[in-house]
Write a protein that binds this ligand. Sequence first.
Ligand code: PEP
Ligand code: MG
Length: 426
Amino acid sequence: MLDRYEITSVKARQVLDSRGNPTVECEIRTRGGGFGRAIVPSGKSTGKHEAVELRDGGLDWNGKGVSKAVKNVNDVIAPKIVGTDCRNQEALDYTLIALDGTPNKAKLGANAVLSVSLANAVAAASTKDTPLYYHLNALFGKPEMTLPVPFFNILNGGEHAGNKLAIQEFMIAPIGAKTFSEALKMGAEVYHELRNILIERYGRGAVNVGDEGGFAPPLKKTRDALDVIMEAIHRQGYESEIRLSIDVAASTFWTGKYYKIDGKRMKSERLLKFYTDLIEEYPIINIEDPFHEEDFDSFAMLTERVGKDVQITGDDLFVTNPRRIEQGIVKKSANAILLKLNQIGTLTEAFQAARLAYDNDWYVMVSHRSGDTEDPFIADLAVAISCGEIKAGAPARGERTAKYNRLLRIEEETEFSYAGKRWVLK
Ligand code: PEP
Ligand code: MG
């Protein structure tokens, strides 16, 4: 008997993301009065191998409309899943995968498919009257839950900003905080201190923000950005608690022959040396996408060199895709994956990616997208899979604080511990 867990309606619509571009929102209702809503985010420095985001093209919305994806949910997907049991996430996701029938969700659109997959999980939790993180944790099957270390992106470059910095994200991670709320306080204080310093040095124009809410000052060189962040940490007295992280997003400045960074042209060996020097000079604990998205071998060289002390995370390299993660495991290309739901398109496949990482003693960092929304789903996800790390942008801007504020609420209503201790303080 399906009774209260039976899906009774599935409805999608077009809404806006944080960049003002259209995206897909889906709502699912169940017979027991359950309700789930999910909004799909959208990347800018997207990996070549990501699942396909279906856009309308044409003139309206500058070609970025998602009415076809919305129609696919309402006319193609809804009739197949109304009447099924929302508790069976895997069965639902395999139905979506089969209905699409392509390896990269190109037919229905990963945006259409993911909106349904996530709204279903939210509707199931709501019907059970249980918090989303509990429901996701039961689906994922990990014995514990923890509150993740927030990796705050406080200074933006690359494709997320209009400045000349090659590196896309400069993050601070308060690993030495005792609790998530203390980590949030440290992050916000350093963010504001950085604002003060940037105004002092470069004037008010330097504190305009990039896509993820971090400042986008007119700096050119990596060390200039790291130095100003270290100064902000120092002024707030958090040298002992806060460490640094960078998302290089190296595909965005790879020309096909060399990397263009800091006014230089670097081949991969020189770039590798650049990173090992930075690691000596600054307290860096994580480097994401240090090389371009096909260069499994250079990733492996860096991991071999520094992977005992530094997390090397594959984002565009793996695109949350178990097949690409398997290649990376064979080649020892990294020791962590970035988990982005819309890179793969269903919750079940994202869980497979995370399990694969865990089974090989790799780490998992849950991530937002540069075009994100008020949907806090990934906060519950990071708690549920107990990965201990999340990046959701600056501690500012509604679509970013939606995730951090949700984590505050989870902290208040549970006894889950803060995951800072998983990092060794050096
Ligand atoms: C990233 O590269 O990790 C990121 C969040 O940016 P985007 O969403 O533009 O891929
Ligand atoms: Mg990235």
